[in-house]
Design a protein around this ligand. Structure first.
Ligand SMILES: Cc1cc2nc3c(=O)[nH]c(=O)nc-3n(C[C@H](O)[C@H](O)[C@H](O)COP(=O)(O)O)c2cc1C
Length: 403
């Protein structure tokens, strides 16, 4: 997975309870295609055995300064990124003060690559002025931090100190490893999930969109260094780490949020399944069963706002590159091509309704890409994460070509 494919990551594990989460992080890094060298402090070895990291990284784990006299210089030199997870108060202090009395601190002192530190400790250790001073020194030196998060801590306390989740660390690591994306520093807006159109205060018209496709697009853009805003309806999957999120309920509120965000936007990805209809007159009160005369209730529907048509002028004026999705049952390519022109899109991703393993509520998608020149590209069945990466690759190509 871009940008991890073939990249070399040094994972430094120090001695905290959260060391078990680094096993999951290692798996994620490997699954994304990174080559990972693991270095453990001697305290870390008391929490998780090196053999676990050895088996999952497929390489010997580095633990001792004296075993290979050059390890502390070589490890940092040949890696593209060092991730310290968990980063104990002790190791952060050593790093802040340039200590080099064990393999971890000496390697980090000698490393020329970017360093991402993921602190994990008790809330009072984290809030202690000594740790605060160390963190200020480290961030001043260009060390990037992920977390710590607020939540339940190992000793039964609650507060700030939990190590960031592996998924969040992956996202930030991707952002550091990304070096040549044209999206870096640009604003990308993604719409995701369904909308809900009220029937009465408790009932609504909705659809089966989970939000997954839009969230993968937002995460992929974030990994490429973009400033991402994700406008989403009521979703059934957690939003990605990193992007700013704007939660909305219905099509009108999604349109308003989109209008507010278009200023300064370079790329817009319209992955939300916005309702085509809204109830003409939603009831202010819960509709009671005995109001159903003869056992039926007629709902008068009106068409909802078309977000692409409504924003066409604003998008053209701001020069926004727009990716849209089209779900078609018949004549997919010709209908999607017509939509592309009528709704001023730069690229359209066509979903064939009823295609197996594709569309709503599944983790995979099969799409056909159509651009204004009439070029049609069929992508194979891929995970939504891979689809998102391919779509953003195409968008990057087009932006490089001056679109
Ligand atoms: C059970 C236990 C849990 C610990 N958890 C943490 C922790 O989460 N964060 C931390 O900074 N230190 C923690 N410590 C203290 C460190 O293990 C200790 O400071 C150690 O010297 C760190 O060594 P290292 O930084 O070389 O890995 C813990 C200690 C024990 C005994």
């Amino acid at each position: 997975m871009r940008p991890f494919d073939g990249r070399r990551v040094l994972l430094v594990v120090s001695g905290g309870i959260a060391a078990y989460k680094s096993v999951i992080l290692l798996r994620a890094l490997r699954a994304a295609g990174a080559e990972v060298e693991v270095l453990m402090t001697s305290a870390a070895e008391r929490f998780v055995g090196p053999v676990t990291f050895e088996a999952l990284s497929g390489r010997p784990v580095h633990t001792d300064l004296w075993t290979n006299p050059l390890a502390h210089i070589e490890l940092g030199r040949k890696c593209d990124l060092a991730i310290v997870a968990p980063a104990t108060a002790d190791l952060l202090s050593a790093m802040a003060h340039g200590r080099a009395d064990d393999l971890a601190s000496a390697t980090l002192l000698a490393a020329g690559c970017p360093v991402l530190a993921c602190p994990a400790m008790n809330v009072r250790m984290w809030e202690n002025p000594a740790t605060c001073r160390n963190i200020a020194l480290l961030t001043g030196d260009g060390i990037r931090l992920v977390g710590p998060a607020h939540g339940e801590l190992a000793e039964g306390e609650t507060g700030i100190g939990r190590m960031a989740e592996p998924e969040e660390i992956m996202v930030e690591a991707g952002r550091v490893l990304e070096t040549d994306s044209v999206l870096t520093g640009r604003k990308v807006v993604v719409t995701a999930g369904p909308t809900r159109e009220a029937i009465d205060p408790v009932r609504f018209i909705g659809n089966r969109s989970s939000g997954r496709m839009g969230f993968e697009l937002a995460a992929s853009a974030w990994r490429r260094g973009a400033e991402v805003v994700c406008i989403h309806g009521p979703v059934s999957v957690p939003p990605p780490h990193g992007p700013r999120t704007v939660e909305v309920e219905d099509a009108v509120s999604m349109l308003n949020a989109l209008r507010d965000e278009l200023e300064g936007t370079s790329v817009l990805c319209m992955a939300a399944a916005v309702s085509d209809f809204q109830v003409e007159q939603p009831s202010d009160e819960k509709i009671k069963k005995d109001e159903l005369r003869g056992g039926s209730l007629a709902l008068e529907l009106a068409s909802g706002p078309d977000l692409l048509l409504e924003t066409a002028e604003q998008r053209a004026a701001a020069g926004v590159f727009t990716l849209g999705f089209a779900l078609e049952t018949t004549d997919g390519v010709s209908n999607a091509t017509a939509k592309l022109e009528r709704k001023s899109m730069n690229l359209v991703a066509l979903n064939q309704a009823g295609a197996q393993d594709a569309g709503f509520e599944v983790e995979t998608n099969r799409i056909t890409l159509i651009d204004p020149s009439g070029a049609v590209e069929e992508l194979p069945l891929l995970s939504k994460r891979e689809v998102a990466d391919r779509l953003l690759d195409r968008i990057e190509d087009r932006l490089r070509d001056g679109d």
